[in-house]
Design a protein around this ligand. Structure first.
Ligand SMILES: Cc1cc2nc3c(=O)[nH]c(=O)nc-3n(C[C@H](O)[C@H](O)[C@H](O)COP(=O)(O)OP(=O)(O)OC[C@H]3O[C@@H](n4cnc5c(N)ncnc54)[C@H](O)[C@@H]3O)c2cc1C
Length: 544
């Protein structure tokens, strides 16, 4: 064989600085939170290093294992992780991915942290599960933890840029992670069907008996769980250890063998009168934990936007270096159309993710904040769904190489669906959009008002905004049409953001391909037929 071993094979993408190659992200950071740029540059440099990709690969090829007993036969219920997992967790916690906006709140703090999460999602995803749950638990702990002993200790251990994986009572730890346990075997979406019981014990504590069918990151120092008490469903903080140093009665039955998200441990657990502390008003457990869920849903959107971005850049990089039929792939008009379409999806997903992140800041405009009740579940539905389609399309752009495990695409492809399933599966979040539309007229009015301010720049957008305005004003839609409403909201908000802030080559192509009556948003990629427009979109998506 006299074919050079690297003949027509692209060089590795790993090592390309993820922030430096992303003009849309850079511009958004400069607009919202320029002071975060140096930190984000450092974070991007860490993530973009080939060694970090190697850690991500190792953490996923060597998934965690369960160790139920120690050598003396005592139950320990511990999860053993590959060192690569710990290294990645150390990086992310020292960057403050799990706590930065709560440590130093202020304008742009959520956007800066969203950028951090978005970059991380492009390299490894399993580690983001305990990071998002810890991040999302803080508002609930800050609001409701006063009744707990050691409340200040818990908060200080979460609000620290440190990582301490040791299995110890919180009093002996430098840092803590928090998880969430709602889903039971008989039903996850319908948490009212939960059977796990909470019985009052001494000193304001409760004892929890029952199970959780999905309990991710069981190594966390505590989980927020939902259980039935005499007052109805309550929310409780279930620590890993009792204050006297004994392990709490949380038995890990097994770890799930998952399609993706393999570096992360997701367990089935049982509680045998496990100690827990009530959080929030008795019987208001769903409302209490939903505050946490709002933030994890935000991270599903950001994480999925990161997955779409990673898939798109890998595809673009490949197409710039691979030749077929005498031409570099990217120069074939049909491939350029597909890639440009992926790039549009990617920039729109980022715009929507940062929009939702900004809406979570107390300093954001009141209309933006009010509209979040509708926009967050709509974005969660749409961006997570699009990540599944985008990873499949990007994989195909790499041809056979895309299907091979040495490439990052298979892992992204397996990862993508989980964001659509957890924290409210597609139908559940779409029904949540309808519920918010009906019950929270201020949110619907705020969204209508905000969308109206982007009118006048694009006829497709104006028509779409008119039609959505009528739907929102009517405050009613049938359940079977809920996905249509959620999609219309997500597309409208993304388009409005692009019309305001992206070059017209991007915003016009997005509106033409997603909002024009003759198009079918959500169909296969490959709608950017104008070669000039495609070239502009692609040079913005991955300069050089
Ligand atoms: C990897 C992984 C990790 C997880 N980690 C955790 C965790 O740490 N903590 C935790 O609490 N949970 C966790 N989950 C569970 C997850 O949140 C649930 O699986 C999810 O909420 C769906 O619940 P379910 O599996 O019981 O499905 P079901 O509730 O049975 O729903 C099945 C399907 O029916 C749809 N559906 C349900 N009701 C309706 C309706 N009224 N109308 C229309 N459609 C409907 C849903 O959208 C879904 O598509 C995890 C799941 C996975 C895959």
């Amino acid at each position: 064989m006299d074919i050079a071993p690297n003949a027509n094979q692209p060089p590795p993408f790993e090592g390309t600085d993820l922030l430096a190659c992303d003009p849309a992200l850079q511009v958004a950071i400069e607009r919202h939170v320029p002071e975060a740029m140096p930190t984000l540059r450092g974070w991007s440099a860490t993530l973009s290093a080939p060694d970090t990709y190697a850690l991500a690969d190792a953490a996923n090829r060597n998934p965690p294992t369960l160790r139920t007993h120690d050598r003396r036969g005592e139950r320990v219920d511990e999860v053993v992780f590959h060192p690569a997992w710990h290294a990645l967790m150390q990086f992310a916690t020292s960057a403050g991915e799990h706590c930065a906006p709560w440590q130093a709140p202020g304008p742009g703090a959520q956007v800066a942290r969203a950028a951090m999460y978005y970059l991380h999602a492009q390299v490894e995803n399993g580690t983001q599960c305990p990071l998002t749950m810890t991040f999302a638990s803080v508002p609930v702990l800050a609001r409701h933890a006063q009744m707990m002993p050691d409340a200040a200790r818990w908060l200080s251990c979460v609000l620290t840029s440190d990582y301490d994986p040791r299995a110890l009572p919180v009093a002996q730890k430098r840092a803590a992670l928090i998880g969430m346990g709602m889903t039971e075997r008989q039903g996850g979406s319908d948490v009212r069907a939960n059977t796990t019981r909470a019985e009052p014990d001494t000193g304001g504590a409760y004892r929890i008996t029952g199970h959780k069918w999905f309990f991710s990151a069981p190594q966390c120092d505590a989980h927020l769980v939902i259980a039935q008490s005499t007052e109805g469903l309550g929310c409780f903080l279930l620590p890993r250890f009792e204050p006297d140093g004994r392990r709490n009665a949380i038995r890990i039955n097994r770890l799930k063998d998952k399609l993706g998200n393999r570096s992360n441990a997701s367990a089935e657990v049982e509680f045998e009168r496990a100690l827990a502390w009530p959080l929030g008003p008795p019987g208001r457990g769903i409302a209490t934990i939903l505050e946490m869920v709002q933030w994890t849903r935000l991270d599903c959107v950001i994480g999925s936007a990161g997955i779409i971005r990673a898939a798109t850049t890998f595809a673009l990089h490949h197409a710039r270096h691979r030749t077929t039929f005498g031409r570099v792939l990217i120069e074939h008009p049909l491939m350029a159309s597909v890639l440009a379409d992926l790039a549009l999806e990617s920039e729109a997903a980022l715009a929507l993710a940062l929009h939702v992140a900004r809406g979570g800041e107390t300093e954001a405009e009141s209309t933006l904040r009010a509209a979040m009740r509708l926009v967050t579940p709509a974005a969660k539905y749409w961006v997570c769904k699009r990540a599944i389609a985008a990873t499949a399309e990007a994989m195909e752009a790499l041809g056979g190489n895309g299907y091979v495990e040495e490439q990052p695409l298979p892992r992204l492809y397996r990862e993508a669906p989980v964001n659509a399933i957890w924290e409210g599966s597609g139908n559940i979040v779409c029904l949540d959009v309808l519920r918010a539309m009906r019950r929270e007229p201020d949110a619907a009015d705020a969204l209508r008002h905000w969308l109206a301010t982007a009118r006048g720049a694009n006829a497709h957008y104006d028509r779409h905004a008119d039609s959505l305005d009528a739907t929102l004003a009517a405050r009613d839609a049938d359940e079977a049409g809920a996905r249509g409403v959620a999609q219309a909201i997500a597309l409208a908000v993304a388009a409005a953001e692009l019309l305001r802030h992206a070059p017209s080559s991007v915003s016009d192509a997005y509106c033409a391909s997603r909002l024009a009556p003759a198009t079918c948003a959500g169909a296969a990629f490959g709608t950017v037929r104008d070669a000039g427009a495609a070239a502009k979109i692609l040079s913005r998506a991955l300069p050089g």
